[in-house]
Design a protein around this ligand. Structure first.
Ligand SMILES: Nc1ncnc2c1ncn2[C@@H]1O[C@H](COP(=O)(O)OP(=O)(O)OP(=O)(O)O)[C@@H](O)[C@H]1O
Ligand SMILES: [Mg+2]
Length: 266
């Protein structure tokens, strides 16, 4: 069975997509069979691995399969999952892409059965085929995020090393508790991941201390540095490991992936 990790924080621009994409790529490079699920209508994770066109079918069709064809099967879901560009030689990585059309789902499912468990069903149907499933959540606490938390075994919370970065964390933790009590009692908080750390900025050091106080014993040792290569890579449709493996950003995400693997083995 796969281990499903949700990358969540309703605050925008904190490094969720960068973390989801690069964690999934690092796991695939380590030959772990990995599926990256993009459940954000912004589709930034899809674009970051070179999927820029809207596909004939994407996660929207997967999440509404119950209405449209009645049965959610491995075969039908497999048609929606895409391999990554073969030039990248990431044979262990697949993606379930997203597109802006996903934004209408919330309204469409307002009275639908099992509306919170759509992604869980998809993950369960695909789980035997993957060792890791990494989900890139949108910047909101809406139905898509509830689906993400309900489908996951654990959640990683990226926190940007900036002022205001802890704003909203209380609501996120509250939502996680609600999901744990009502929808997914197995959900664990894997930890907070500090992102975009700039050692020249004294405020960043204070934020690190604040985050450690807020998540006692639950902050990853790896701190992702602010690194321009990480910001450039998506515009080339490439994950950082393929764009510049020597960069501080690559090294940060390799270390983070190693920590994730240690948790499993430890
Ligand atoms: N460590 C980093 N160093 C420099 N730039 C970064 C870093 N991490 C992310 N970025 C850049 O910051 C911006 C926001 O990052 P990202 O898209 O990963 O955040 P997000 O939380 O997924 O945003 P959203 O809430 O819109 O989904 C992007 O332009 C990204 O390339
Ligand atoms: Mg994002």
């Amino acid at each position: 069975m796969s281990r499903t990790i949700a990358i969540c924080n309703q605050k925008g621009g904190v490094g969720k997509t960068t973390t989801a994409v690069n964690l999934a790529v690092c796991l695939a490079v380590l030959e772990k069979k990995t599926l990256l699920i993009d459940i954000d209508p912004q589709a930034n994770a899809s674009q970051s691995v070179g999927i820029n066109e809207v596909q004939e079918e994407d996660i929207y069709e997967a999440l509404t399969m119950a209405e449209n064809s009645g049965e959610i099967t491995f075969e039908r879901l497999s048609q929606i999952i895409k391999p990554i560009n073969p030039e990248y030689k990431l044979n262990c990585l697949n993606i379930m892409p997203s597109s802006p059309g996903l934004a209408k789902l919330e309204m469409e499912l307002v009275n639908a059965a099992n509306r919170e468990r759509r992604l869980q069903k998809i993950v369960k149907t695909l789980g035997a085929n993957y060792e890791y499933i990494v989900i890139d959540a949108p910047p909101s606490l809406n139905l898509l995020t509830i689906n993400t938390l309900t489908a996951a075994n654990s959640v990683v919370i990226p926190v940007q090393c900036e002022y205001f970065s802890l704003q909203g964390v209380a609501e996120l933790l509250n939502t996680i508790k609600l999901v744990q009590s009502n929808l997914n009692s197995d959900l664990k908080i894997e930890g907070a991941l500090l992102t975009m750390y700039d050692s020249r900025n004294s405020l960043a050091k204070q934020v690190v201390e604040e985050v450690r106080k807020n998540f006692p014993g639950k902050v990853f040792n790896t701190i992702i540095p602010r690194n321009v290569k990480l910001a450039e890579a998506p515009s080339h449709g490439k994950p950082i490991l393929l764009y510049d493996i020597q960069s501080a950003g690559s090294q940060g995400y390799i270390k983070f992936a190693e920590e994730i693997l240690e948790i499993k083995n430890g």
